[in-house]
Design a protein around this ligand. Structure first.
Ligand SMILES: [Zn+2]
Length: 402
């Protein structure tokens, strides 16, 4: 399955007849809960219709009527809340050399995490088994409502393809998703990891945002006017494979030469002759923080090159913020170099109010995946279809007997 609107916004009052799914969206947009009177006022629905639809949501375990948190001495107005009790989600953040599996609440709080080494070039089946077993350990017997899978590769809006030219070119994505859905017994939503990061960073605000992940590879997620940009083939923001003169002759993981990633990614940094004392990106980050001059110079150059390509993205999108993440992207030398390079390259109007800095969210990718899963699972059309199906199933025995 694949989400529709990427960045969550509160449901607006419709003033019209409201479907059960739209009603649930309205309830979900009020974390404190909402009274029956407010729902009547907001939707303009007839009391009997509203109550009937609420009953359907209660029966499906989607909403419940809660006591007020504290009595104020007056009348205790009960509130209708989204039923997030006991519900958990799984977010799988698969990078090129490491993967992390997280358990989250429906409100996007990370409850537990497991990080492990993983090689994206290995077989897809083994990857699913590894992710599922790590998730099951965190779940400890619980069944998640949904799972988000973030991949370091282009992901098409259909969620069905787009991996052919990437590091995951040997994967058959539909069968990977089917296998993961079966293993975890829940729907799975897939998204490019840098795009998931953009959703995790953007939050509820309708801001323009460019999120850049620089770890082993380089990815970029773009939010314009509150909507995630995927592109025709799911490759929007794939800046790592833009050719730059400084990378001429250097071979890229994609099989070509001269890509930005061939000179500025974590993989490229670890391959540099002067940085052979760093065996992993964690080593590189430690050496950077200790002031290692060779590392500082190489990271600054990687930031400059990344900034030179990002400048065109920034000039196109005119975002409020560029958020840098990933092991390399978070290094202050890298952030500073990106900032200077963009500052030199783009027109002043694009720079006005532009903030370029490290990612703010502590877990932007799993939080973004969690948001995407919740949006897909609780999309009004999907809820309406599920409730209609439940109503038909309930009516069947009677029909059969007559
Ligand atoms: Zn490339």
């Amino acid at each position: 399955m694949h989400p529709g609107m990427p960045v969550e916004r509160p449901a607006a009052a419709t003033g019209l007849a409201t479907s059960p799914g739209q009603l649930l969206a309205l309830i979900r947009s009020s974390p404190e809960g909402i009274s029956r009177a407010s729902l009547l006022e907001l939707t303009g629905m007839a009391r009997s219709t509203l109550y009937e639809r609420l009953d359907a949501l209660f029966a499906a375990g989607l909403a419940y009527e809660a006591e007020p948190l504290r009595s104020t001495g007056g009348r205790r107005a009960r509130r209708i809340r989204f039923d997030d009790r006991e519900k958990v989600l799984v977010a799988i953040d698969a990078g090129q050399t490491h993967a992390a599996v997280h358990l989250l609440t429906p409100g996007h709080t990370v409850l537990a995490s497991a990080v492990f080494r993983w090689d994206a070039s290995g077989p897809a089946g083994a990857a699913v088994d590894l992710f599922a077993s790590a998730a099951r350990e965190l779940l400890a017997g619980r069944t998640p409502v949904g799972t988000g899978l973030g991949l370091p590769a282009p992901v098409e809006a259909s969620g069905a393809a787009g991996l052919s030219r990437s590091i995951l070119g040997h994967w058959d994505l539909p069968s990977v998703l089917a296998r993961l859905e079966e293993a975890l017994a829940c729907p799975v939503v897939v998204e490019n990891d840098a795009r998931a990061m953009a959703v995790g960073e953007a939050g509820a605000a309708d801001e323009g945002l460019v999120a850049v992940k620089v770890s082993t590879g380089i990815g970029c997620g773009i939010v314009v006017d509150g909507a995630l940009v995927r592109g025709v083939h799911g490759a929007a923001g794939d800046i790592g494979h833009v050719r730059i003169p400084e990378a001429a002759g250097r071979t890229c993981r994609c099989g070509r030469a001269g890509c930005l990633a061939a000179a500025a990614s974590g993989r490229a940094l670890l391959a540099e002759p002067g940085l052979q004392h760093c065996r992993s990106l964690a080593d590189l980050a430690r050496a950077h923080d200790a002031g290692d001059p060779a590392v500082l110079a190489a990271v600054a150059e990687a930031g400059r090159l990344t900034g030179s390509v990002l400048a065109a993205v920034v000039a196109t999108v005119n975002p409020a913020r560029v958020a840098l993440g990933g092991v390399v992207g978070l290094l202050d030398t890298f952030v500073q170099a990106v900032r200077e390079e963009i500052g030199e390259r783009v027109f002043a109007d694009v720079l006005t109010g532009l903030e370029i800095g490290p990612s703010r969210a502590s877990h932007p990718i799993p939080i973004g995946l969690s948001r995407l899963v919740m949006q897909a699972l609780y999309a009004p059309a999907r809820i309406d279809a599920l409730l209609a199906q439940a109503a038909r199933a309930a009516a069947l025995p009677e029909t059969g007997a007559s």
